[in-house]
Design a protein around this ligand. Structure first.
Ligand SMILES: [Fe+2]
Ligand SMILES: [Fe+2]
Length: 171
């Protein structure tokens, strides 16, 4: 895997690794459970998965995506090329409502459990989120972050890292 040198790219990479681990676990557990076998409301595996999923998705959508869009995509567009940030932002716009729908379902399920309809919807949307977000993160890891490192100066890195930590990121 690419070795990042700057604080801001290292921080975003750590977020990506944590999100990928969560998505991998979600995919494994969704496939193991199946679309038609509704987990019970007190199932400890699902309660812990839903709790972890809520934390990761909230941090992603509110912190990570917003920071990339407000601070990194404009810089990249200005110094390199607007094509890649435009594509990544379009992916955010597909992933964000999917993540928000999943968040609402996960919170409701922790309170009230799943029924047949809510479980099959959660199952399908969960697998769709996994597919889309894993692909998105892979693109950022392989193309966007390495190229971003080439254009940021040390003072940009310091300023962005501070802004990211103030925005709730894990610098
Ligand atoms: Fe992103
Ligand atoms: Fe990202």
């Amino acid at each position: 895997m690419f070795e990042f040198e700057l604080s801001i790219t290292k921080a975003l990479h750590r977020d990506h690794v944590a999100t990928l681990a969560m998505l991998e676990k979600l995919e494994t557990d969704l496939n193991r459970q199946g679309a038609s076998a509704v987990p019970t409301a007190d199932d400890p595996t699902w309660r812990s998965l839903l709790t972890g999923l809520i934390a990761v998705l909230e941090a992603d959508v509110k912190g990570h995506f917003a920071f990339e869009e407000s601070r990194l995509f404009p810089t990249f567009s200005e110094y390199v090329d607007p094509g890649i940030p435009t594509m990544l932002k379009e992916e955010h716009e597909i992933i964000r409502p999917l993540a928000e729908a999943l968040l609402a379902k996960a919170k409701d399920a922790l309170e009230n459990g799943f029924d047949d309809a809510s479980w099959s919807a959660f199952h399908a949307q969960g697998l769709e989120l996994v597919e889309r977000e894993v692909f998105h993160i892979q693109k950022e890891e392989m193309g966007f972050l390495p190229a971003l490192e080439q254009i940021l100066e040390p003072e940009d890195d310091a300023e962005l890292s501070m802004a990211y930590s103030e925005a709730g990121g894990n610098v």
